[in-house]
Design a protein around this ligand. Structure first.
Ligand code: GTQ
Length: 349
């Protein structure tokens, strides 16, 4: 028997399939080539959302509903190959959230983990587990699963950020729990900057023991990450496919910052003509600085700052740039690594 070819159908075989169907049975050989494929086969498509379009739609939405009534005023970035599923890739969710001046998105918690990548802010904040943090452009902010979180905007301009959540993973596992606090904002029990001081200074409180799978740092400020890339470029240790690509780490164990979502920041220098690369983790990219081009399979994606685009699993990806480009990205790589499923390939075989 071959994994790639289905045995010939005959009227007798079809009659047999029809007979066992009401008995909740299915012949493996009639479906095997569709469920055990020689290479990843996904409905997820390469696609780009321009920030300008989503931003304009969010401002329209702001006339229709408050953040409080909506709970979260978010436009989901739904992959056109996965219509009706609220997924950006098979395993992950993306949305762009808007909080208008003076608004709050009320406190709630859920078993889904969330990341924020701040796209536009002149004074937004989020509170997570009793601590508030300011959200500035390019900051990567984490909401670990089951922690209370609420968002607000003290400034006089709307704020926008990208939400990345593991909603499809939790849905797949039938492990969703959620509840509201019943109040707009949770009680603040720790001063701003507390977790950055404890865990973000290349030190840990003596005797600290890992208590959760998520990094205890919940804001990785853009200024620090960007500075690291700028200093690294002087060594010119460019990766042919990724330029300079750094992953955000959990300082407690050196692993990914989140258990289900891997996050990275990368710098591509001006004039980059990247080598082809593919991997099994479908990836969501967000422009932070500069304009560039991603060649994904046979598609060409021109992107600029704050645009969001998707590279599906096992699609060849190549980057080209004119000037410097900085990209934030996230994928389900930590899950695939834990399960021994992650694969990558360089070159264009
Ligand atoms: O900010 O808590 O985009 O609960 C989707 C679900 C954002 C949030 C989303 C959420 C949130």
């Amino acid at each position: 028997m071959s994994l790639t070819e289905k045995p010939q159908e005959t009227p007798e075989r079809q009659a047999f399939y029809d007979a066992i169907e009401p008995e909740s049975m299915r012949a493996l050989w009639s479906v095997m080539s569709g469920i055990i494929t020689p290479e990843p086969k996904s409905d997820c498509r390469p696609f780009k959302w321009s920030f300008a379009s989503v931003r304009a739609r969010l401002l329209e939405a702001a006339d229709l509903i408050t953040a409080r009534e909506a709970e979260r005023r978010v436009l989901i970035l739904e992959n056109p190959g996965l219509k009706g599923t609220s997924k950006v890739t098979t395993s992950l969710y993306a949305g762009i959230q808007c909080v208008m001046p003076g608004e709050v998105a009320p406190a709630h918690r859920h078993t889904q983990s969330a990341l924020r990548f701040v796209l536009e802010s002149s004074g937004g904040f989020t509170a997570v587990a009793g601590e508030k943090t300011e959200m500035a452009f390019g900051d990567f902010v984490i909401t670990p699963n089951w922690e209370w979180h609420d968002h607000g905007n003290d400034s006089d301009a709307p704020i926008f950020w990208l939400d990345g959540l593991d909603i499809p993973v939790v849905q797949f596992l039938d492990a969703s729990f959620a509840e509201g606090l019943g109040e707009d904002q949770q009680e603040i029990t720790r001063p701003m900057g507390d977790s950055a001081a404890r865990f973000g200074a290349n030190m840990l409180p003596l005797g600290y023991e890992k208590a959760a799978p998520t990094s205890p740092i919940f804001n990785y400020p853009y200024a620090r990450s960007r500075e690291a890339l700028e200093r690294m470029r002087r060594t010119e240790a460019w990766d042919p496919a990724h330029g300079l690509k750094m992953r955000y780490v959990n300082p407690v164990d050196g692993g990914w910052a989140m258990p289900t979502i891997g996050t990275c920041l990368q710098l591509l220098p001006g004039g980059f003509d990247g080598a082809p690369y593919r991997s099994t983790d479908a990836t969501v990219y967000v422009g932070a600085e500069g304009n560039g081009r991603a060649l994904v399979g046979d598609q060409r994606i021109d992107f600029g700052p704050r645009d969001v685009f998707v590279v599906p699993s096992w699609h060849e990806l190549r980057f080209e740039t004119a000037g410097d480009v900085v990209l934030f990205s996230y994928s389900d790589r930590p899950i695939q690594e834990k399960l021994g499923l992650f694969r990558e390939r360089r070159g264009n075989q």
